[in-house]
Design a protein around this ligand. Sequence first.
Ligand code: NAD
Length: 332
Amino acid sequence: MNIKELNLNSRYKILVTGGAGFIGSNLCESLLENGNTVRCLDNFATGKRENIDPLLYNPKFSMLEGDIRNLSECRKACEGIDYVLHQAALGSVPRSIKDPITSNEVNVSGFLNMLVAARDAKVKRFVYAASSSTYGDSENMPKIEDIIGKPLSPYAITKYVNELYADIFSKTYGMETIGLRYFNVFGRKQDPNGAYAAVIPKFVMQLMQHESPVINGDGSFSRDFTYIDNVLEMNIRAMVSENPESVNTVYNVAYGKRTDLNELVGLLKDYLSKFDAEITNLNAVYGPNRQGDVPHSLASIEKAKKLLGYTPQFDLKKGLKEAVTWYWQNLK
Ligand code: NAD
């Protein structure tokens, strides 16, 4: 089932926080394509104007420049809204190790502001970006929602605290919430630049520029890389689910397979060398492991399948082919 088919007999007013970022801007675009009215709240801390510029021509889209650390801006953003898809946060484990205070202000205090504003605006449901980092040092594999370990970074703490607050708001104020623990999302519009770039866009850019991709560690660490369209599907399913058992809980959002970094580089070289044959000759170079990185990450997606009917359409290879083509056409 594709996202269009999933949608939605009714049209809604949806607030996407962090809507100028990678996941948020893809969400805005997809919700608009399906005829919804979309408001984006973003302060452009890491998001980009070019991600939403094409949407500004759509009369059903509005941009509210504001900061989730400011409660009155959150209240303004929630006025008249049916559903909140809360994506705004400062991502990246290393960023949170360098500056835990700002990560906490945005990811925890900002999150709490958004919960309060959404509660008072009586939105139908608050769906939010949680994170696989909540599994922390748990060695359980695949990761099942109920079994988590101790957080390994300030970022992981902030994302776990989000889940605790959402749970309390469900229990105390009767708010409907759903947390989506994203596992290493990749795809079009993900930022390849800067110290905190994610691994797939970073490697793609390095290869396109004929540089060797730099792997932290020996390349044996593995991740459940998840293509953006699977994430869009989960957000929409979480938003519209009418199954009462499916709300006030958290879900893994992943494909359910893991791939190590050496394999990943091999696949990227394969796909990119279709555009530029010289890329075949590039090889990865290896540096030290990064603090706070877990060795392996693999999700069970059984809960999302059972309670939300999740049927991810993109495995790693299918998603990588699309992503690589997008980077080649847009950023080469
Ligand atoms: P992103 O950095 O591209 O998007 C985050 C957006 O939030 C940006 O547009 C940024 O400008 C905005 N933002 C940051 N601080 C803000 C503030 N104070 N007020 C208003 N807006 C603010 O990152 P992304 O990859 O799209 O991540 C979206 C969400 O998903 C985040 O909550 C992130 O923690 C979570 N997540 C992402 C991944 C992943 O693999 N990309 C994995 C797990 C969780």
